[in-house]
Design a protein around this ligand. Structure first.
Ligand code: FES
Length: 146
């Protein structure tokens, strides 16, 4: 092989490596469903942490996790009425919105107030690492009263 042909092939291999590195980096940054912050799947905690007697706030998901009749749910803390942050009241065991007074039970169902529906939620799943993940990229609309 002549020197000119060898250097030409060497350049082609080098350009191929640079292109592969660029594609790898772009894919790593842009692949869907792999976000670790709000808007993607948020890693929360081991599923046994949530019990029928507690409600756990997950700030990274902007949500509360509850266990209602062995159904683990992630409820958005954003009120369906006008978007204020709903808080959980330990003494009453209910979620209450400070803005206009909507009240929701532990399952996120609307009990009273101007909210048009119950609290919105997010799908939850147990990941391969045994941790609970909240998919904040998918919103489950709260149920309408009645
Ligand atoms: Fe929650 Fe109005 S914003 S009741």
């Amino acid at each position: 092989m002549k020197r000119r042909a060898f250097l030409s092939k060497l350049w082609m291999v080098g350009i191929g490596f640079v292109a592969a590195a660029g594609i790898w980096t772009s894919w790593d940054l842009l692949r869907p469903g792999e976000s670790k912050g709000f808007g993607g799947k948020v890693r929360a905690f081991p599923p046994e942490t949530v019990t029928p007697t507690n409600v756990i706030e997950v700030a990274a998901a902007r949500a509360y996790v509850t266990d209602v009749n062995d159904d683990v749910r992630a409820l958005s803390w954003k009120c369906p009425h006008l978007g204020c942050r709903v808080s959980f009241c330990d003494s009453s065991g209910q979620f209450k919105c400070p803005c206009h007074g909507s009240v929701f039970n532990r399952a996120g169902d609307l009990l009273s107030g101007p909210s048009p529906r119950g609290m919105d939620g997010y799908p939850v799943e147990v990941g391969p690492d045994g941790m609970l993940y909240i998919d904040t990229g998918t919103t489950i609309e709260g149920t309408s009263p009645g």
